[in-house]
Design a protein around this ligand. Structure first.
Ligand code: NAI
Length: 320
């Protein structure tokens, strides 16, 4: 039988842990030996108001089950205060789960600046502020685990969610960069696009579907990704929900190289269109340098159809 994953002696900060997915993470990690900061502003699902009760209820539940937890009621926009709570209460931080979130769904035609700004404040700025405050501790102790929360809406777009989609895809780029910068300090960052029954989804999914989407069924993947044994998945994107776990990655078509002179016209692009978008020989890029390396490689391919020798003189500076 596989050994039970444990988090004894570790400190986990879960944002938005007063309900839904956050509560499921918080209770799980406390039950596996971690000390948990249960952060929740206690706002409505649209980000209005605040209430300390949401976090208190979860802390009480954890304590009643014999676990260790402390509440924090700050908005994730003040992430430094949330991380401070971890340091003051438990002396360290090992795992950050950026989970807090709100919705301001409205058709793009009717979207107001406030709908856009609030979504970005909570999801993007909130995740940044918490990670930024935890980062010096992670670097110093050469250990850290981060989960950021994206959404299928961010990966694929969704009606009425231009603000939310933009913010959620930002979580992917944010995670991919943290993964690269953190790697040499053993700071591992991954991003999930979860699906779960919560107050966020209870009005948009039918009850029989919601019954298959317990928040608890997102937890095991997150538990694996933030465990000390995970040293391989870093900067990865996962879809998770209803017992389904899958990894996503970027795919680039084989592409076409066109000569950059007066012949490079819109018509020249159209002429090569089918080859440019042909995925039969795909690549799976993982960094900005991949494209430049590709260009360099293409340029070494010898003469083009017109017999011209293409010479790429630019060198690719590899970022370490
Ligand atoms: P939820 O509404 O049950 O939980 C979100 C929690 O975040 C709430 O307790 C809320 O009070 C808290 N919160 C909101 N603004 C906050 C702030 N400024 N500071 C601190 N806490 C704040 O929602 P759910 O479903 O558990 O969502 C968790 C995360 O998963 C969110 O980031 C959401 O966008 C994401 N997500 C959820 C999906 C689902 O199917 N439930 C689908 C895709 C993404």
């Amino acid at each position: 039988m596989a050994e039970q994953l444990r988090y004894d002696g570790q400190v986990v900060v879960v944002t938005g842990a007063g309900g839904g997915l956050g509560k499921a993470y918080a209770t799980f990690f406390a039950s596996r030996g971690a000390s948990v900061v249960v952060n929740d502003l206690g706002a409505s699902s649209k980000g209005e108001g605040n209430n300390s009760r949401a976090a208190d209820v979860v802390v009480n539940e954890i304590e009643a089950a014999g676990g260790k937890a402390v509440a924090n009621y700050d908005s994730v926009e003040d992430g430094d205060k949330i991380i401070d709570t971890a340091i003051k209460a438990f002396g360290r931080i090992d795992i950050l789960i950026n989970n807090a979130g709100i919705l301001r769904d409205v058709s793009f035609k009717n979207m107001k600046d406030q709908d856009w700004d609030l979504i970005f404040k909570v999801h993007v700025k909130g995740s940044y502020k918490c990670a930024r405050a935890a980062w010096p501790y992670f670097r110093k102790q050469k250990y850290g685990r981060v989960i950021n929360t994206a959404s299928a809406a961010g990966l694929f777009g969704n009606f009425g969610q231009a603000n939310y989609s933009a913010a959620k895809l930002a979580m992917v780029g944010f995670t991919e960069t943290l993964a690269k910068e953190g790697a040499k300090y053993n700071i591992i960052s991954n991003v999930i696009a979860p699906v779960a029954a919560s107050r966020m989804t209870e009005t948009i999914m039918p009850p029989d579907v919601l019954a298959l989407m317990k928040p608890e069924w997102v937890v095991p993947l997150v538990a694996v990704l933030v465990h000390k044994n995970n040293t391989s998945e870093n900067g990865s994107i996962f879809e998770v929900g209803g017992g389904h776990v899958a990894k996503l990655r970027w795919e680039r078509s084989g592409g076409q190289l066109l000569k950059c002179d007066e012949s490079y016209t819109p018509s020249a692009v159209l002429k090569k269109w089918d080859q440019a978008i042909d995925f039969s020989n795909p690549q799976y890029p993982s960094g900005p340098n991949d494209f430049l390396t590709l260009l360099e490689e293409s340029m070494k391919m010898g003469p083009n159809e017109q017999g011209e020798k293409l010479d790429f003189t630019g060198r690719v500076a590899l970022v370490t």
